[in-house]
Design a protein around this ligand. Structure first.
Ligand code: SF4
Length: 363
């Protein structure tokens, strides 16, 4: 059975989107929707060499997510193909409406499709407004028929609450189960909070109807600062797929290019102390084990749903892989290595301070 060795996140610098969801803080920014595609500095074959299982020490869970609609990124399918072909598992975050590219991916060999999961963002109001609900449902069905995995996730918004019964009926009919619920937060630049005008008890009452373990786990992490030693940076990397610049996590202490030379060892180094107010995407990073033994809840289980006909949203191989954890396949640091790592990370921060300022501080 395949086991996870590392998480590789690809935040794709591409903000084109065919939707304008009212709760998407990216859509409110002027700089977005400029119709600009990223320039890929390296070919798909080169990127696959740079991220080979040999160089990473094993197989990775790879998440592809653009600032806009991921599947509108030109040539992204070629990168996904090369990376999954060599054994890695891919999660593609998508609004599932760009049918030509979905069809292209679903034409690949079944062995490859077994390792692909579409994280289908179910933007009900926008889909309804654009008359695309049936297209979305048809694409979900196609994914399952082709042998890949799909999970359906709703971004909760106050405006959707009056339509909850309709959403449930549509979901049971088309997905064989209720969608999972994520947590929408307000604009990144402000104090992090739930995106709602409702008191918490009303918010909980509305969204708990979906009995989503995914939502429950995300809620348990929301606004809770992590103090444990975190292995992001060693067991996980955030990589700009267009340039190869890698960092430890969103609040990285240092960055390095892992595509320039495919033979040089990657300088994996844990971040240790998290700098963020809370672990935004801990539903993946913490269930997959960036902080060892943090929870018994497994990523595959909280992404999956059993359908009324007894089949599942996730294919069995992919679900088993998603249910393995990083600590099964990586060694934890000794206490002295943890101390040294934290010290080295702080040194990197000091290095970034302009020399003039350092001299001033020393005085
Ligand atoms: S706790 Fe979460 S957000 Fe913080 S460094 Fe670790 S993985 Fe990243």
């Amino acid at each position: 059975m395949d086991k996870i060795k590392r998480i590789i996140l690809f935040p794709i610098p591409m903000s084109i989107c065919n939707f304008r969801c009212h709760y998407c803080y990216l859509s409110q920014r002027e700089e977005n929707f400029q119709n600009e595609q990223p320039t890929f500095k390296y070919s798909p074959e080169h990127v696959a060499k740079a991220l080979s299982p040999e160089r990473l020490g094993g197989l990775a869970f790879m998440n592809f997510c653009a600032d806009g609609e991921t599947l509108l990124t030109k040539d992204l399918d070629k990168y996904i193909f090369e990376l999954v072909k060599i054994g890695h598992y891919a999660e593609i975050v998508t609004n599932l409406t760009v049918t030509p590219i979905i069809d292209e991916i679903l034409s690949w060999d079944k062995e490859i499709l077994k390792r692909i999961e579409f994280k289908c963002s179910f933007h009900y109001l926008e889909l309804k407004k654009k008359g695309l609900l049936d297209k979305f449902a048809a694409n979900v069905k196609k994914i399952w028929e082709a042998g890949a995995s799909a999970n359906i996730e709703i971004t909760p918004s106050d405006e959707l609450i009056p339509l909850i019964d309709e959403v449930k009926e549509f979901s049971l009919q088309n997905f064989g189960a209720l969608p999972h619920i994520t947590i929408a937060r307000n604009d990144d630049s402000k104090d992090i909070d739930y995106l709602t005008n409702l008191p918490m008890n009303e918010y909980d009452k509305a969204w708990s109807q979906f009995e989503s373990d995914f939502w429950k786990f995300k809620k348990s992490l929301f606004k809770v600062k992590r103090e444990e030693f975190c292995y992001a940076g060693d067991w996980m990397l955030v990589v700009d797929i267009s340039t190869g610049v890698a960092s430890q996590c969103y609040s990285s202490r240092y960055s390095f290019n892992i595509f320039e030379s495919v033979t040089k060892p990657i300088p994996f180094r844990a971040i240790g102390k998290c700098n963020l107010p809370h672990c935004y995407n801990g539903h993946a990073y913490l269930t997959l084990g960036c902080i060892p033994n943090f929870t018994d809840i497994k990523y595959g289980d909280i992404r999956n749903r059993l359908k009324a006909d007894g089949s599942s949203w996730l294919q069995p191989e992919l679900c088993s892989f998603f249910n393995t954890t990083l600590c099964e396949n990586n060694e934890e640091y000794s206490n002295s290595k943890k101390m040294l790592t934290k010290l080295r990370n702080n040194t990197e921060i000091i290095r970034k301070i302009p020399r003039k300022l350092v001299r001033k501080i020393k005085k």
